[in-house]
Write a protein that binds this ligand. Structure first.
Ligand code: BGC
Length: 555
């Protein structure tokens, strides 16, 4: 029988471009990851997920792949990757790669061939449609990266489909050649010793009939068309065929599907023996604005966790993904701002908010996915100029904020608060000029902070780092791996739940707000059979929980 090592996975997500630069080009590399393996191991994680490192024109930081079989020289070579896999495995660390299935780069040889015309044998690797005779677009579907999903190829008078940037044409998964090519490529990496994959944006592999239009959209305008390009029933058919072939080669591979819009029901559809091991959904990521300042455009004000919504969503995930199915647990990733800047209080309670939020999330049942730097409390990277933002909306917001009287610095901070680029700052190894990330400036910027870096925190037993190490040790206890979860109905500013395993029980209580609150009665009245495992207040002696206090009890 296959044993699934990944049921107890604790994932550390590395954005290779921003992790550690060893060749002084301002971009992180594979050797930097190799050098850092002892550090990564010391955290208590057991699996690394690397964002894409294949050859790419870097229009979307590697999610636009032009050669799936080779490593981009920005990062190193195939020999470096082989060394990384060997050294990681020697430390008992598994590695999963990020596999971009939905699209390639427009520089991929398949697309370059496809551009040669409708008769080219690679034409059907992509999605094409004739240009309407009245000069309009084929339909009103919008791309996730702005503009239409359609780009005209002047030579053939046809349009090709791109859900993301126009330099990232979508593959035609109904073409058996495409299916085979992607299976072969994935098998190549398995043969190199990779332990699994994160499947990027797989829920978009299949599209509806291009004749359909989003209803209620004025003529000539476009709109996001999830119903036509996300989670179509056939996605599962192609996904299953793909994964089945890989599992035949290596039955215990870990497949983490990125299913951004999945609810628990949908997630369960994508998880199974010949399907994903688990999925990453955005469903539980719930914040709310706390500014109320009419001079700040909606969405840009300071944010905090929307606790009731978070609890409701998490309670659904915990109660529906059961019987050996493990949800993923995460607060941030490379596509969203950082945990402490978004959900915590980076100004007044930085360490405490990192800690309380981490307890609340990672002691739930499931597989933690920790974004590099989260374990040292890294905040959003400070981006110094508006030109540095790639997002076209950023410039519009900037104009508005400056016109409304905000300083350059405040405007940039507010824009970063909703921007994925904010999470991609260089890893803070120490407090030297470039934070030990490199000897030259980091491509994405890097914060240099005296107290928040690996070197300083390794020396401080009260640091976020020391805390994550302790928390991940605790996470390995059976009760936190296997126990059932029951959310406790309590105050809105508290996240509280029980974990239950046979006759064992643990209680986790996290205060996730900036004002003190009363210790709730149910907690004060717990009998003495509950022992304190760790925490920041005494539920029998203290009346008040301070901002971001937390407590873990067990009996
Ligand atoms: C990745 C993004 C990327 C997109 C297109 C996503 O879901 O996480 O960073 O831009 O897929 O590949």
């Amino acid at each position: 029988m296959t044993t699934y090592w990944w049921k107890n996975a604790i994932i550390y997500q590395i954005y290779p471009k921003s992790f550690k630069d060893t060749n002084a080009d301002g971009i992180g590399d594979i050797q930097g990851i190799i050098d850092s393996l002892p550090y990564i191991k010391s955290l208590g994680v057991n699996t690394l997920w690397l964002n894409p490192i294949f050859i790419s024109p870097q229009i979307d930081n590697g999610y636009d792949v032009s050669n799936y079989y080779a490593i981009d020289e920005l990062f190193g070579s195939l020999a470096d990757v082989e060394q990384l896999i060997a050294e990681a495995h020697a430390l008992d660390l598994k590695i999963i790669f990020d596999l971009v299935l939905n699209h390639t780069s427009n520089q991929h040889p398949w697309f370059q061939e496809a551009l040669k015309g409708p008769d080219n044998m690679y034409r059907d690797y992509y999605l094409w449609t004739d240009a309407p005779s009245d000069g309009t677009l084929p339909n009103n579907w919008a791309s996730f990266f702005g503009g239409s999903v359609w780009e005209k190829d002047a030579t053939s008078n046809q349009f090709y489909f791109h859900l993301f940037a126009k330099e990232m044409p979508d593959l035609n998964w109904k073409n058996p050649e495409v299916q085979k090519a992607m299976v072969d490529m994935a098998k190549f990496w398995l043969s190199k010793g990779i332990d699994g994959f994160r499947l990027d944006a797989f829920i978009h592999m299949i599209k509806a009939d291009f004749a359909l239009n989003v209803t209620g959209v004025p003529i000539g305008e476009i709109a996001i068309a999830e119903e036509y390009y996300a989670n179509l029933p056939e996605v599962k058919v192609y996904l299953e065929a793909f994964i089945q072939e890989l599992r035949e080669v290596k039955p215990d591979i870990f497949i983490v599907g990125e299913a951004a819009s999945a609810t628990p029901d949908l997630a369960l559809d994508y998880i199974g023996e010949n399907l994903c091991s688990t999925v990453i959904s955005f469903d539980h990521i719930k914040d709310r604005e706390i500014s109320g300042n009419s001079l700040i455009p909606s969405g840009l004000g300071d944010k905090t966790l929307h606790v009731p919504d978070f609890k409701e969503r998490m309670s659904d995930w915990q109660s529906q993904l059961i019987q050996g199915v493990q949800p993923t647990l995460y607060w941030n990733n490379h596509d969203m701002p950082r945990l402490v800047s978004r959900f915590g209080d980076e100004k007044n309670y930085r360490t405490a908010s990192c800690q309380s939020l981490a307890v609340a999330m990672y002691l739930l049942r499931g597989i933690p996915v920790i974004l590099y730097g989260e374990e040292i409390g890294m905040k959003n990277v400070k981006i110094d100029t508006i030109e540095a933002f790639q997002d076209p909306m950023a410039k519009q917001y900037y104009q508005q904020l400056v016109t409304n009287g905000f300083t350059n610095e405040d405007s940039l901070r507010m824009i970063a608060s909703i921007n994925k680029e904010a999470s991609r700052g260089g890893m803070q190894w120490d407090d030297t000029t470039y934070a030990g990330f490199s000897t030259v400036p980091c491509w994405s910027g890097v914060n240099v902070e005296k107290d928040y870096n690996v070197a300083a925190e390794s020396e401080n037993e009260n640091s976020v780092l020391a805390f994550y190490q302790e928390l991940l040790r605790l996470k390995k206890d059976d009760i936190f791996q296997l126990g059932e979860t029951e959310f406790i109905d309590t105050e809105d500013t508290l996240i509280a739940y029980k974990r239950i395993l046979l006759d064992e029980e643990a209680i986790v209580v996290c205060h996730v707000a900036t004002e003190p609150t009363d210790v709730p009665l149910w907690l004060r009245e717990l009998d003495n059979t509950y022992q304190v495992v760790f925490g920041t207040f005494n539920h029998h002696k203290d009346d008040i929980m301070q901002p971001y206090d937390y407590l873990v009890l067990s009996k």
